[in-house]
Design a protein around this ligand. Structure first.
Ligand SMILES: C[S@@+](CC[C@H](N)C(=O)[O-])C[C@H]1O[C@@H](n2cnc3c(N)ncnc32)[C@H](O)[C@@H]1O
Length: 175
């Protein structure tokens, strides 16, 4: 009986992840180790205060690390894929980071006007779509940080190249 329930859960999880990957145009692949470190170091150097939003928080690992590294900030992670979202909620309890909250939502449907920093790891189509949203909703001075994919047409304030296999770039913009 237990194995049957486990099998159903695993199949449900796999099907849901595949469904949302196709729908979103990206899988919940987490930010890798070296890129993670660079993102955290750059954020720590900038030392922002206020509210940070992660657009597509996946399994929650990056948001939770940001929350630990920047205890003066509150972090909101938006994720619409249910399995990574539930795991991120569990990790939040396990890692005990109350300054980070995860909300199940489509980030295109929430207002970004209350945030001081926006962090994302998405794909070119999403960056194009988000640019419009950033322009209309983010306050002047808001920091936008994206790795791997740039905001098309925007001039970054800073670009840091990670010493990984792909020479991943971390882009920092100021609205
Ligand atoms: C490549 S993963 C990055 C996960 C996490 N940000 C990290 O860096 O470890 C991108 C995430 O964005 C989520 N996503 C994509 N489009 C979304 C949308 N419109 N609303 C909410 N989440 C979305 C995906 O489900 C996926 O989990």
């Amino acid at each position: 009986m237990f194995s049957f329930v486990l099998l159903v859960v695993v199949i449900y999880a796999a099907v849901t992840i595949i469904f949302y990957t196709l729908r979103n145009g990206i899988s919940p692949m987490p930010t890798g180790g070296r890129v993670n470190r660079v993102v955290l170091d750059v954020l720590h150097e900038i030392n922002p205060t206020g509210r940070i939003v992660e657009l597509g928080s996946g399994w929650g690992t990056l948001a939770l690390r940001i929350g630990k590294r920047l205890p003066q900030c509150s972090v909101v992670g938006y994720e619409n894929s249910p399995v990574p979202y539930v795991v991120s909620k569990l990790l939040r309890v396990v890692m005990s980071v109350p300054s980070v909250v995860f909300t199940r939502a489509d980030f295109y449907a929430v207002s970004l006007s209350d945030f001081d920093v926006a962090v994302c790891y998405l794909y070119p189509g999403a960056m194009e779509k988000l640019r419009e949203k950033f322009v209309s909703e983010l306050r002047p001075g808001t920091l936008v940080m994206s790795h791997t994919f740039a905001v098309p047409g925007w001039e970054p304030e800073r670009v840091v190249e990670v010493s990984d296999l792909y020479r991943t770039k971390v882009y920092v913009y100021r609205v």
